[in-house]
Design a protein. Sequence first.
Length: 445
Amino acid sequence: MPTTRTSAQLDWQRLDREVCWHPYTQHAIDQDFLPVVSANGSWLELADGRKILDAISSWWVCLHGHAHPNLVEAIASQAKTLDHVLFAGCTHEPAVGLAKDLVDLAAPLAESKRKLSRAFFSDNGSTAVEIALKAVYQSWVRKGQPQRTLFLSLKGSYHGDTFGAMSLAEPEPFFSEFKPFLFDVKRIAPTESALATTLAEHSDRIAGFVVEPLLQGAAGMQMHAPEFLRAARKLCDQHNIYLIADEVTTGFGRTGKAFAMEHAGVCPDLMALGKGLTGGTMPLSATLLTEEIFEAFLSSERSAAFFHGHTYCANPIGCAVARASIRTLKEENTPQRLSELGEQIRMGLKPLEEGALIPQSCIAEIRQLGGVVAVEFGAKDQGYLSDFGNHLRVACKNHRNVLLRPLGNVLYAMPPASTTNEEANIIARAICEIAIAAWKAAKNV
């Protein structure tokens, strides 16, 4: 039975307009937000009792499903034992165990001359990337090469909202006003020739190449081939620069493997992890790195240490639930399940792809990787603020039973592993319905 909305619930929804500032929101336009009161499995319950299917894993973090019993139990158990202690000068079993779990999970990436052997903890994907940037640059300073201040990233990149992460990203439309504060970055197309040319031109200045492997999330779920990653590893080795994999979005099974780099069979020098690390329950991230980078900071001088840390670095509750999430990933074969869901949704989009619902000319591409499915409408690369993207946004907001949120003119699904086949079909139908509504709005039908 739908729950009755109480006066207290009405009050907090009204109060939201007075005291909250929501992320990536233009409050002059958007003032009504979904009032979520609970979540279970793949479903969110709203204050009016309506249930809505979470087709985007609540910004790509909910890995196994909301309120998964393994994760809930881990949080409760750890909270009763050790809630928090600083990680500078202290240690605890949940953090040590998680570091070992992550190193072991990344073991298939290991090569004869490199493996990811250390974990540095922080609290979100942006900071995980910042740690990688700082560790890479400072390791060059330790080697007597402070001129290596240039980083490479991909066109359309998004790596987070802190200043280093913003520097790596495509400036438009999010970060262009911050340009005076951002450091020098060269952004290239995900092709071997583009990378080879840039490395040849700037080799002695480059500190590292940061890549979202296989899937550029905020760019509109743009995808590139594993061959590019293999070429990138080879070129980075030839030019003696670090390869940094931002697996904040792609990690923990989203692409059908534990890590996207596994598809290419190569090992990065550093890897940023977040989002799915705790199964979407607690803010926690990690940066994995090689022993070579760790050893660059070993010295008899305290001033040579890596001076970086966060108040909640390696929070015991976060570490405990992350360990439970990794165990669940293995026990329930989460990567395979996500791939099955992606294929199910992709099949459900056949009527859209074949032009049975809207003209085929309105669709640039439908693509799928693991549990991620994306439909790009109109001309490719229209951008986040495209007109059709706004029609998609409105259509998503008006949809009654599925939570979808477009990236410009790209509508995508990335559901949690708890999603059933029937729920996957519901998501596919919702994408089709939203596409029709957006097309009609764009045509003034």
